[in-house]
Design a binder for this molecule. Structure first.
Ligand SMILES: Cc1cc2nc3c(=O)[nH]c(=O)nc-3n(C[C@H](O)[C@H](O)[C@H](O)COP(=O)(O)OP(=O)(O)OC[C@H]3O[C@@H](n4cnc5c(N)ncnc54)[C@H](O)[C@@H]3O)c2cc1C
Length: 272
């Protein structure tokens, strides 16, 4: 454990304060629907994911303008009984959190505001299923407060929002040459690394997974990465492209001395 605020070394406190104040996106509104699909022909829909923009003249950050909806049961029939569909609709990550934090969940005011803010989500699905409201068997709105509680995202945020073109604080030495809009995985604590969508390369499941891979690579010698890639490439023809081949082995001696990252001082920690 790092300890309480008073016990933190200055460098760590500074790092924590700096990262805690970085700009972030707004929150997300959700609408979950289960419908009766009797007589509903969705065979023209090839992709179950749709992005709906109400007005191209308005910002795509505006949660009352940009929404997405997914009908996963088009692809996976096991998600609901035959003749039904499940739909998830959600706004952009630009839903302002401030009006929500003043409301008491369960209060009349809160329920009214939920309905008002979710109207745009219904309208988005109506573009595809015009009579969706008549077909509803179950529906529930997820406010930013629900998003915050269930996904444990601070203030329901979609994630960190550093403007492109400049390097974010704590994004490493290279950020003076190339603008890295996300902090890197290093911390001022020996052997402690971060990963996830608040680290480089940023928001999204592939990026969050990549930050985990960077983290693992940082802790291991390059020879281990190459062995792992080679092993994975043999598992399935699909992964053949992962084989580092001869170029990997040429690259290995060039960077071997720098891996695992000396900044992590893992060896010192282990020897201590
Ligand atoms: C509605 C929505 C749609 C999205 N669509 C896409 C998409 O189509 N494609 C895409 O690539 N990305 C999408 N994203 C973004 C993507 O989901 C995230 O960037 C990614 O999941 C982040 O992964 P993570 O591991 O960093 O964080 P998270 O997935 O948020 O995981 C963090 C975990 O830590 C847990 N946690 C938090 N605090 C604590 C604590 N104090 N103690 C213990 N556990 C804790 C949380 O419960 C959570 O399980 C979407 C996000 C949302 C909300």
């Amino acid at each position: 454990m790092i300890g309480t605020k008073q016990e933190l070394p200055n460098e760590v406190q500074e790092w924590k304060d700096q990262l805690g104040k970085l700009p972030r996106h707004g929150a997300i509104m959700h609408l979950f629907i289960a419908i009766d699909a009797e007589g509903l022909d969705l065979s023209h829909i090839e992709d179950p994911a749709h992005l709906v923009i109400q007005d191209w003249g308005r910002s795509m950050q505006d949660s009352q303008n940009l929404c997405s909806f997914f009908i996963p049961s088009i692809l996976d029939k096991s998600l609901c009984p035959e003749g039904k569909h499940v739909i998830h609709v959600y706004s952009s990550g630009g839903e302002p959190y401030e009006p929500w934090e003043k409301l008491q969940p369960g209060s009349e005011e809160y329920e009214e505001y939920k309905k008002e803010r979710a109207e745009v989500l219904w309208k988005a699905v109506e573009r595809c299923i015009p009579d969706v409201r008549d077909r509803v068997e179950f529906s529930i709105i997820g406010s930013p407060l629900a998003h915050e509680a269930f996904l444990r995202r601070d203030r329901g945020t979609y994630g960190m929002a550093w403007a492109a073109g400049t390097g974010a604080p704590q994004s490493g030495l290279l950020s003076s040459v190339l603008p890295f809009p996300f902090p890197n995985l290093k911390t001022p604590i020996d052997g402690l690394l971060r990963c996830g969508d608040s680290c480089f390369p940023g928001i999204g499941t592939p990026s969050a997974a990549a930050s985990g891979a960077i983290c693992a690579n940082t802790m291991n010698p390059v020879g281990k990465h190459l062995d792992l890639l080679e092993e994975a490439s043999k598992r399935d023809p699909l992964y053949k492209f992962l084989n580092p081949g001869i170029m990997g082995r040429v690259y290995q001696p060039l960077v071997e001395g720098m891996t695992p990252s000396t900044e992590l001082k893992v060896e010192q920690t282990q020897n201590a």
